[in-house]
Design a protein around this ligand. Structure first.
Ligand code: NI
Length: 475
């Protein structure tokens, strides 16, 4: 049988409950709190993310903070830590001004988030915080969290870029150049501040997508106030050599873009090895309808790059071959229009022979020509002046294959192998079938000796050579 409570017990329990509820209300209602903190949950269009906006209003300050939340504790805690730090710093400032009876201004803190979905499991959250407390100017800050949702962690810079001591310096240099070439900020950015802030890669604020590696800085962090917050997009092509393959697949980068970056990487890495063993093969007097295609095939089989010094007369007849040579990644140089002896030519003749050929090559393949090989290796002061004016170099050779004389593949190969050395420029002609026939054996033999085949431009850059020259290559 259930024993029912009688009148006195009802009164005692009921009164006690009323007192407890009143007490709780009393405790939670601190003196300057008008509205208690409230949490708004939105329906998310971003899978795995919920957004909570926390607002608060008191006599002395207001704040509004938007904070995404994931199901991953590690991610949430990192975001929490930063938001708490910002909030505490703000409240501390508010506390200072609160003691000043003349200051009636209410402080305000606003933290908003820009949500970027980079790929299926990769979000970049860009937080922008604006706070103002008593002083005349508000303060803008920015922070970025890169969320690896498949592993429930934050991406670090080392997940995206190869970071050894040397590469960090090179990446910093690329970023600094980017800031310098941006007219919005170039006048305001400060290199000392930049170096300080960028000293530790853990402190970089960054995001990445298929097109850009983006850097963020607070107002005043690296630039005068007039620049505001600084945000720099660095094209991923510029940092291709440092980009980790894993991040490319994580970003679901289109196949075409991956190939483009691989090609850049190949070129750049070649340029970067000061201890390499390189040789530049050059082919003059073409393009020839019969021989040039055979040479292109042999080079392709060995993934070798070469330089073709073309005659304007030949280029006019075979623009398709000019395009093919350039399209295969080889360099095209100028060998004059009609193969004259330029040692006695006047300025008009020089202009006609060289500029005409450069234009033909440009028209056919859309490439710029930076090197001139004078026919017979003969030139005068007028040629040097013209090279100076147009920023081109005179390229001669250190190894003469004598392929025009021998017309025998074995002899051609032996002649070159006997004289080859790192940094050499080898003279051949893509008009003799025997030259094309010598190539497969020659390329294999040089490869066995550790050589890699580069263009004249790559070779000059590798040797740190710039200007008119003439350049012979090493003997
Ligand atoms: Ni020639």
């Amino acid at each position: 049988m259930i024993k029912r409570l009688k009148f006195p017990a009802w009164v005692v329990i009921g009164t006690a409950m009323i007192l407890i509820v009143a007490g709780v209300i009393q405790l939670s209602g601190s003196a300057d709190l008008r509205k208690s903190a409230e949490t708004v949950t939105t329906i998310s269009k971003y899978p795995g993310l919920d957004l909570h906006t926390l607002t608060k209003e008191t006599d002395h300050y207001t704040y509004s903070i938007s904070q995404p939340e994931t199901e991953h504790q590690v991610i949430n805690e990192s975001i929490d830590r930063w938001i708490n730090r910002e909030t505490e710093a703000f409240l501390k400032e508010v506390g200072k001004y609160k003691e000043d009876p003349d200051d009636s201004m209410r402080g305000h803190l606003n933290i908003q988030v820009e949500t970027n979905r980079m790929s299926e499991h990769f979000y970049s959250l860009v937080f922008r915080s604006y706070s103002i407390t008593g002083g005349a100017n508000g303060q803008n800050k920015v922070n970025v969290f890169n969320l690896d949702m498949s592993n429930g962690r934050l991406l670090e810079l080392g997940d995206v870029l190869e970071l050894d001591g040397e590469s960090i310096e090179q990446i910093k240099e690329i970023i600094w150049e980017g800031l310098q070439s941006n007219h919005e900020w170039q006048l305001y950015v400060d290199q000392t501040l930049f170096n300080e802030v960028m000293g530790n890669p853990d402190n970089w604020k960054w995001s990445i997508d298929n097109e850009h590696f983006t850097l963020y800085w607070d107002e005043y962090e690296i630039a005068a106030g007039a620049a505001g917050e600084v945000e720099l997009d660095v094209p991923v092509e510029k940092i291709a050599v440092f980009l980790k393959k894993s991040i490319q697949s994580y970003l679901a980068m289109p196949e075409e873009k991956v190939r483009e970056l691989d090609a850049i990487r190949e070129r750049e890495q070649l340029k970067l090895d000061p201890d390499g063993k390189y040789i530049a093969l050059t082919f003059d007097d073409g393009p020839s309808a019969t021989v040039t295609p055979k040479i292109l095939r042999a080079l392709k089989e060995h993934n070798a790059k070469a330089t073709f010094f073309m005659l304007g007369s030949q280029a006019e007849y075979y623009p398709g071959l000019v395009r093919e040579v350039a399209g295969a990644g080889h360099e095209i140089g100028n060998h004059s229009g009609s193969h004259p002896d330029l040692s006695k030519a006047d300025a008009a003749k020089i202009l006609d022979e060289i500029a005409g050929t450069t234009k033909r090559i440009k028209d056919a393949a859309g490439v710029d020509v930076n090197h001139f090989r004078p026919p017979y290796g003969a030139y005068n002061e007028g040629v040097i002046d013209y090279m100076n004016e147009t920023g081109q170099s005179i390229i001669l050779w250190s190894v003469d294959s004598l392929d025009w004389k021998h017309r025998d593949p074995d002899t051609i190969r032996q002649t070159i192998l006997q004289q080859a050395s790192p940094g050499a420029i080898v003279l051949m002609h893509d008009i003799h079938p025997t030259t094309a026939d010598s190539l497969p054996g020659l390329l294999s033999a040089l490869e066995q000796e550790g050589y890699e085949f580069v263009t004249v431009s790559q070779l000059l850059e590798w040797k740190g050579q710039a200007g008119v020259g003439p350049y012979f290559g090493s003997r």
